[in-house]
Ligand binder design. Structure first.
Ligand code: GDP
Ligand code: MG
Length: 176
């Protein structure tokens, strides 16, 4: 058995984005492999940890949730400051959440570390019939903003969630 608390790298990753895009669901899916229709909006855990093995290196991912603070735009600056990476999340079925992405990027530029790694995550890709944002729009925006990782996920159907975190971990390993 692996020692739970041993690791070679520790990365702090934050999820930001408009309310109800599925940040808490994505984090819970990554941690427990499960999805629950009703996520508590205002009361939540601060962070989860999961250690993944990448090319023989134990990478401990500490993934932080906004715990509902984004609802009131009261995210504290320290939440951004110590993050190695941020997953900027929108809901592919609600264009307004995609339109907010530049503001979230700006928050990171303003309050985050200079070399913070950004990813653009379009969640709820299981709801294809209600899609309002095409993936190529996300890729274009990511290119414009210098974001290297753009992916669509479904916390509900477990699509690309682990993948998103593993891609982030690989990128972080490459530059740390
Ligand atoms: P947050 O406010 O960004 O943390 O979003 P939540 O995780 O609380 O999710 C908001 C709502 O979207 C909840 O009703 C979830 O069940 C639902 N949801 C989250 N992820 C998905 C997904 O991938 N697909 C679908 N269909 N619904 C989702
Ligand atoms: Mg939440």
């Amino acid at each position: 058995l692996e020692q739970e608390d041993s690791f070679d790298f520790l990365f702090k990753i934050i999820l930001i984005g408009d309310t109800d895009v599925g940040k808490t669901s994505v984090i819970q899916r990554f941690k427990t492999g499960m999805f629950s229709e009703r996520q508590q909006s205002t009361i939540g855990v601060d962070f989860i940890v999961r250690t993944v093995n990448i090319q023989g290196r134990k990478v401990k991912m500490q993934v932080w949730d906004t715990a509902g603070q984004e609802r009131f735009r009261t995210i504290t600056q320290s939440y951004y400051r110590s993050a190695h990476a941020a997953m900027i999340t929108y809901d592919i079925t609600r264009r307004s959440t995609f339109n907010s992405v530049p503001q979230w990027i700006q928050e990171m530029e303003q309050y985050g570390a200079a070399n913070v790694l950004l990813a653009l995550i379009g969640n709820k890709c299981d709801m294809e019939s209600e899609r309002q944002v095409e993936f190529n729009e996300a890729c274009t925006l990511a290119n414009q903003k210098g974001i290297v990782v753009a992916l669509e996920t479904s916390a509900k159907e477990a699509q690309n969630v682990d993948q998103a975190f593993i891609v982030m971990a690989r990128e972080l390993l490459a530059c740390n």
